[in-house]
Design a protein around this ligand. Structure first.
Ligand code: FES
Ligand SMILES: [Fe+2]
Length: 370
């Protein structure tokens, strides 16, 4: 934090921001081309580990959380044995989604016809069992998925052969102090927007738009003099509040443990976690059904038990975030998408917004590597 603080102070005094990488330019078709979109969905989402939740969301035996990942319903359970498991959230009887949201239970009962599964995915109860002669119930468990807990996050692979272990190795040593392992979700919102998913990620990875798009809302207290790093494919942008340069007059040994900043960590391919002064916001961003559609799952979380007070604080931050995101950011990206669909536009990312170039290069590489 001290090193980041020094950089943000220097950037503020010089009226600049961290700059690296070369100018990146691409054709606007990367946001509209169907073939490119299909490849991205296949390679970056179906075949790449995806962040599901904070570890605290499934911290106790019996915890169950159901979430969608790029349109695939997924279930994560913490068994009585303490084991973390993941499954497709689809009943082996007729495919029904077994449960929604988060709960703590020993059995999952399908809402359609009432088949029962334990938290290890075994089919353990069939109403009127005599109506299914010849059925080998032991072969009708839930379809398991690879799952792993890393740095306080739960990651799942949507295919059996996706290697999830070690996926966040490049972030080791960089995020532990944020305490994600103790976080629990307290408030959630879902959006479907008419813009390509990459545009929705990009808006989190530069503060260059703050003085213009957020002139009234964020600029009065946030600056664009960021300290920015990449860690393998992943990234972090530390955005200071106005006035951080005053710390330059204070001995570093007297700096607060947590400087007035928001830390935007972006995890490959598209999960954004914004750690702020009162908790964390997780943005799970995924392609929708066509290039110009994105699904967004916003989750506001806090460390510790999710009691009423904690939940209310999450709700309050969520309200604030949604006012700005849905009032300013999302309409802008939807307007960008219309520009790209009109066919005349390109994408330009300068070294002064280094993560936009970093992320597009990283996605390009992953997509063309196969
Ligand atoms: S679909 Fe689940 S019990 Fe019938
Ligand atoms: Fe923004």
């Amino acid at each position: 934090m001290i090193e980041l603080g020094r950089r943000m102070i220097a950037n503020t005094l010089a009226n600049t921001t961290d700059q690296f990488g070369e100018l990146y330019e691409a054709d606007g078709s990367i946001f509209t081309d169907l073939e490119r979109f299909r490849k991205e969905r296949e390679i970056l989402f179906r075949n790449t580990p995806q962040v599901i939740c904070w570890s605290g969301d499934v911290g106790d035996p019996g915890d169950v959380i159901a979430r969608e990942v790029a349109g695939v319903p997924v279930l994560v359970t913490r068994g009585e044995d303490g084991e973390l498991r993941a499954f497709l959230n689809a009943c082996s009887h007729r495919g029904m989604v077994l449960c929604e949201g988060a709960t703590n239970t020993r059995r999952l009962s399908c809402p359609y016809h009432g088949w029962n599964f334990d938290l290890s995915g075994n089919l353990v109860g069939i109403p009127n069992r005599d109506r299914f002669p010849g059925l080998a119930a032991e072969t009708k468990g839930l379809a398991p998925l690879p799952v792993s807990e890393q740095l306080g996050l739960v990651l799942v692979g949507l295919r059996q052969d996706v290697v999830v272990d070690g996926f966040l190795k490049d972030l080791v040593g960089e995020v532990e102090w944020l305490g994600w392992q103790n976080y629990r979700s307290g408030s959630e919102r879902h959006f479907t927007k008419h813009a390509n998913w990459k545009l929705m990620v990009d808006l989190n990875n530069e503060a260059y738009h703050v003085p213009s798009l957020h002139r009234e809302s964020l600029l009065p207290f946030l600056s664009d003099h960021c300290a920015t790093n990449t860690f393998g494919p992943h990234s972090r942008m530390c955005v200071p509040f106005n006035g951080i340069e005053a710390l330059g007059e204070v001995p570093e040994s007297e700096w607060p443990e947590r400087l007035d900043t928001i830390m935007v960590t972006c995890i490959f391919p598209s999960t954004v976690i914004v750690d702020h002064m009162d908790g964390g916001s997780m943005h799970r961003i995924a392609p929708g059904l066509f290039p110009g559609e994105t699904t967004l799952h916003l989750i506001e979380g806090r460390p510790g038990p999710m009691d009423d007070d904690s939940r209310q604080r999450c709700e309050a931050v969520m309200e604030m975030n949604v006012t700005i995101l849905d009032g300013e950011d999302y309409p802008a990206t939807e307007a960008c998408q219309r520009g790209y669909e009109a066919g005349a536009s390109s994408l330009v990312a300068g070294p002064g917004e280094p993560l936009v170039g970093h992320w597009h290069r990283t996605w390009d590489q992953a997509v063309s590597a196969r």
